[in-house]
Design a protein around this ligand. Structure first.
Ligand SMILES: C=C(O[C@@H]1C=C(C(=O)O)C=C[C@H]1O)C(=O)O
Length: 361
């Protein structure tokens, strides 16, 4: 065994040397970006690096391991280029925190904000380079605060993250027997409803501001538990008494990464627009025909009150492709002819979701 461990030591020394070499290159790229005023975080390039690495990894090291390792290598490289600040909808240890960690890794500065509007404001003021907010849940639908902020903001969507929402039961107690009260965000209580009724039928259910706040309350009270991300257990010194207690196994939330500009093309992208049109018969059909005529796959359409005049609406659409693609360019030109208002609010590498719609799976 000693000989084998010597072998590992020698390989580790090589890995560290190579990481240093990579860091020097990233640092130089950072200088070029600074001189040209370009952002440090480039999701389109990250997608290509990841895809290439996973393709190269045909040996014994698991592909998921490669992705996790490179997530952190890239995260550390970004921090070498510039101290990157990322605001997210807090508090700490919530699912949005987990999403931000997944997108940016551990080497960037993640800063919690109290509301979605605060995240936007922080990035708009230039006090953070990027923001992470939830935009839709597979069970509950749109996060309307986020759509409303997107409507009036100069910020653009440059990335998306899907997170399977796995609710856990956290407590200071060692077993379910001692639990008489369960705290969570209303969404957490709803999502774990069947499990709670079955396993803790006599426990009082108490609403909290967030799943993290619920964990804090549970950490200060005997006989209390909370429903939320297992991430909060470490933070508040709680035990994880049960995992995956949510009702639907397919419960996932989609988050977006905000920046000053949208991402470059990767060949597998998604574009987001917001538009409105004159209220007349066939108005929506005409607007959407722009996508049909170019054979562009609409991924999602959502309407919201315009907030300018009562009973007028704006539409949010996500579709496959990038504004630099010829077909998308033509579709946008056609769409513009049918709309009274059209803004491109983002373009980003599309994340394929397991169990998602065709084309996205
Ligand atoms: C080094 C770069 O900057 C960042 C770091 C990357 C990396 O470490 O591979 C990739 C993209 C950027 O987010 C780059 O743009 O190439």
């Amino acid at each position: 065994m000693e000989g084998l461990r010597d072998g590992i030591d020698a390989v580790d020394a090589q890995i560290v040397r190579l990481l240093d070499e990579r860091a020097r290159l990233a640092h130089r790229i950072g200088e070029v970006k600074l001189a040209k005023g370009l952002p440090a975080y480039v999701p389109s390039r990250e997608r290509k690096v990841m895809e290439r690495v996973v393709e190269l990894g045909e040996g014994d090291f698991p592909k998921a391991g490669l992705e996790a390792v490179f997530r952190e290598i890239i995260s550390a490289s970004i921090s070498l280029e510039a101290p990157l600040k990322v605001a997210y909808l807090g508090p700490e240890s919530t699912f949005t925190h987990e999403a931000a960690r997944r997108a940016f890794g551990a080497s960037v500065e993640l800063e919690p904000e109290a509301t979605v509007a605060d995240v936007f404001a922080r990035v708009e003021r230039g006090e953070a380079n990027h923001g992470v907010v939830p935009v839709e849940n597979s069970m509950e639908g749109a996060v309307t605060h986020t759509l409303d902020e997107l409507m009036g903001s100069p910020l653009r969507i440059c990335g998306e993250i899907y997170l399977p929402i796995s609710q856990s039961l956290l407590s200071r107690e060692g077993s379910l027997e001692g639990i008489s009260k369960v705290y969570s965000h209303p969404m957490g209580l709803a999502q774990a409803g069947s499990w709670l009724r079955r396993e803790l039928p006599h426990a009082a259910l108490e609403e909290a501001e967030s799943t993290a706040e619920a964990a804090r309350l549970a950490s200060e009270e005997r006989g209390a538990a909370s429903v939320g991300s297992a991430l909060a257990a470490d933070h508040y010194g709680l035990r994880v008494l049960a995992t995956d207690i949510q009702d639907a196994r397919t419960n996932a939330t989609r988050f977006i990464v905000l920046g000053r500009t949208w991402a470059g093309p990767t060949g597998r992208d998604k574009t987001s627009v917001v538009f409105s049109f004159k209220n007349r018969p066939g108005g929506l059909r005409d607007a959407l025909s722009a996508f049909a005529e170019e054979g562009i796959d609409l991924r999602r359409i959502e309407s919201r009150p315009s907030r300018r005049r009562a009973w007028t609406y704006v539409f949010f659409a996500d579709f496959a492709g990038h504004p630099e693609d010829e077909g998308v360019r033509r579709a946008l030109a056609k769409l513009e002819e049918h709309t009274t208002y059209l803004t491109l609010i983002g373009a980003y590498p599309e994340v394929r979701t397991p169990g998602g719609p065709e084309g996205a799976s």
